[in-house]
Design a protein around this ligand. Structure first.
Ligand code: HEC
Ligand code: HEC
Length: 293
């Protein structure tokens, strides 16, 4: 240490005080840290102490110091999630208060409805209709424009809400009669040939055609185009709910199946049914609403 009584030695070139430390003739100048730097340093120390008091900071044997503000990362997450839920709630309320057509015309609301409907579809509908709504034996494909009960927004909404041959009081309903009790095996075979000729254009059967007009056209139409009021499928489009071979068609004529789609009004809130409607309608087969009468 330099002797305090002696005047501090100075560097000859710069005239700055030296600390008196010297290595091989090179001396260290006494240049203390600038005042502003010291001040900032002190401030960070004070800040740190404050931080320790307010926020969780130091590990302890049983966990960590909790801090006076009670902040935890869980609380932060909960807060962020509450914000998301609130935003979702806003959209859900809008879906509730807007008509299907209005939702379709509002791009932001529409996008929310399609995304939500897609998730809900996977949860509630995919078991029967497939994850991509492609359908399967007895379960209609919802991507194509072949509709049993109609493909505009209101028709889809009604089908989902009330179901088909379901327990809903106003369910979509119709029963194809079992013709096995009324017609002979040959007659059924002939009708089946006629039915198959409607889509293939081959192998028509005159007796079958006549029997078809008597027994079937009231529901399936004279040309087999179907009837959506009755959920009677189009038989002329080569799209089959059941199978399209002769044995399957004969089986349907003899012992028809009556496909059941559950009603969802008791299981899902109305805004979810609306989202599902928008989603199903968006899949590609969606039709424009019939003009109101
Ligand atoms: C238990 C099986 C099952 C579940 C689950 C199910 N469906 Fe269906 N769905 C059917 C059947 C079967 C039909 C055909 C009914 C018929 O034969 O007319 C159908 C028909 C439909 C139709 C009418 C198609 C047309 O061509 O007109 C729509 C739309 C539909 N379902 C949507 C849904 C939605 C959306 C959900 C989920 C909320 C759902 N389904 C859940 C079995 C199911
Ligand atoms: C009362 C109305 C009604 C009558 C009459 C009727 N059907 Fe049907 N038919 C239906 C309905 C409804 C379905 C759909 C059943 C379902 O969704 O499970 C159907 C389904 C079918 C199918 C299955 C189509 C597919 O895509 O897999 C065939 C085939 C068929 N009918 C043929 C006939 C023939 C042939 C006759 C006359 C002998 C006939 N139907 C009479 C209402 C009728």
């Amino acid at each position: 240490m330099a002797d305090p009584k002696k005047p501090a030695p100075r560097d000859e070139v710069t005239g700055v005080e030296t600390t008196g430390h010297e290595w091989d003739g090179i001396e260290e100048l006494n240049l203390p840290a600038p005042r502003w730097w010291l001040l900032v340093f002190l401030l960070t120390v004070i800040w740190a102490v404050g931080y320790w008091v307010v926020y969780p900071a130091w590990p302890t044997l049983s966990g960590n110091t909790k801090g006076s503000a009670g902040w935890t990362s869980y609380k932060k997450l909960a807060h962020e999630q509450a914000e998301i839920t609130e935003r979702r709630g806003e959209f859900a309320a809008k879906i509730k208060s807007h008509s299907l057509e209005e939702i379709q015309q509002d791009p932001e609301l529409y996008a929310f409805a399609v995304a939500g409907g897609k998730t809900m579809f996977k949860e509630n509908c995919a078991a029967c209709h497939g994850t991509g709504a492609q359908g399967g034996h007895g379960y209609p494909n919802l991507n194509d424009d072949d509709w049993l009960w109609g493909g505009d927004l209101n028709a889809i909404y009604t089908t989902i809400r009330q179901g088909v041959r379901s327990t809903h009081a106003d369910t979509r309903n119709s029963q194809m009669p079992a013709f096995g009790e009324m017609l002979s095996r040959d007659q059924v075979s002939n009708i089946a040939d006629h039915v198959l000729s409607l889509s293939s254009g081959q192998g028509d059967n005159a007796e079958g055609a006549a029997l078809y007009q008597q027994n079937c056209s009231s529901c399936h139409g004279a040309e087999g185009k179907g009837n959506r009021q009755l959920g009677a499928p189009n038989l002329a489009d080569a799209i089959w709910l059941y199978k399209g071979d002769k044995a399957a068609v004969m089986q349907q004529i003899n012992h028809p199946r009556h496909g059941v789609m559950p009603n969802w009004d008791t299981r899902l809130p109305d805004e979810t049914i609306k989202q599902l409607t928008i989603y199903v309608h968006s899949l590609g087969g969606g039709e424009k609403d019939a003009p109101k009468q």
